[in-house]
Design a binder for this molecule. Structure first.
Ligand code: PAF
Length: 285
């Protein structure tokens, strides 16, 4: 039976009882196969895994989908319960704060803000304050749970880098593990926001993964092809559904690729009010 904790006090009591090494999977719930892949990996690495479900108000802008973000706790718990049964002698502890105050006590006035050259570009430029909200909540959760390792999906590649920088700068003794993107057969990267898409949108949305694959093929692992790929990007961006489509260094997110050993093609394609994120890494020589 999965243990469900709804207050910070319950969480601290539980965590202080077993000062053993734990893995941690932070989520906003509405679980899909992407989240489940993180939990499976954490369960194969640790006997005890903490799993948080919290729709974090601080990472949503005023016009964004905080209110309509899908909240499906019962369904999520059933999925976790079923998975836990497959891993004998392993334990999942779900922390689903009943109120935002469990994470942000009244009068809370702190922000964890990661260097602007990582957090204020791309998603950070379109969603000002978004990564401050993400790093602040992840810091609070890390501080409460004190995991040895935390697992993040690489679909949010920039978020993964922001968290890695936070952990590095604040000397947090936590290993950050990025896990591969899980896709539908069509190529569409799984996301809780995909359910906002109509059947027609889903067809159009394939432009995103197809374009990334096309660019990866064009680059073909060779630095000398980057210029040609950037010309293709310029042409592609004539379609105004793109919020951005960029080839950047995979470690620093710099646009200077002179010394890059790996690049990442990062993109957001927007259909109506739904922004679809995706990325692809390409090793180059
Ligand atoms: O990726 C997410 O689901 C969220 O940004 C996270 C890391 C759980 C923080 O709220």
């Amino acid at each position: 039976m999965v243990l469900l904790l709804k207050t910070t006090q319950e969480l601290l009591t539980e965590r202080n009882k077993d000062k053993i090494k734990v893995g941690f999977v932070p989520t906003m719930g509405n679980l899909h196969a992407g989240h489940i892949s993180l939990l499976k990996r954490a369960l194969s690495d640790y006997d005890v895994v903490y799993f948080s479900i919290f729709v974090n108000p601080k990472q949503f802008g005023p016009q964004e989908d905080f209110n309509r973000y899908p909240r499906t706790l019962e369904q999520d718990l059933a999925l976790i319960e079923a998975l836990e049964k497959e891993y004998q002698n392993k334990k999942v502890i779900v922390f689903a704060p009943a109120r935002a105050e469990e994470i942000y006590p009244p009068g809370f006035a702190q922000t964890v803000s990661v260097r602007g050259d990582i957090s204020e570009i791309l998603e950070g430029a379109i969603r000002p304050g978004h990564f401050d909200g993400v790093s602040t909540v992840v810091f609070q959760l890390f501080d409460l749970i004190k995991p040895q390792e935390a697992y993040f999906g690489l679909k949010d590649y920039q978020q993964y880098l922001v968290i890695k920088h936070m952990v590095n700068d604040l000397l947090l003794p936590i290993k950050i593990t990025g896990m591969p993107i899980i896709r539908e057969e069509s190529g569409l990267a799984l996301s809780s926001r995909n359910q906002y898409l109509s059947e027609q949108d889903k067809i159009v949305s394939l432009t995103l993964s197809k374009t990334l694959l096309k660019l990866k093929k064009l680059i073909d692992g060779k630095k000398e092809n980057l210029e040609m790929a950037n010309q293709e990007v310029e042409q592609t961006l004539k379609d105004k559904n793109w919020n951005y489509l960029e080839i950047r260094d995979a470690d620093t997110l710099s646009t200077d690729l002179t010394n890059s050993k790996e690049v990442t093609i990062l993109a957001v394609y927007q259909l109506g009010t739904t922004r679809l994120l995706d990325n692809l890494q390409v090793t180059i020589s």
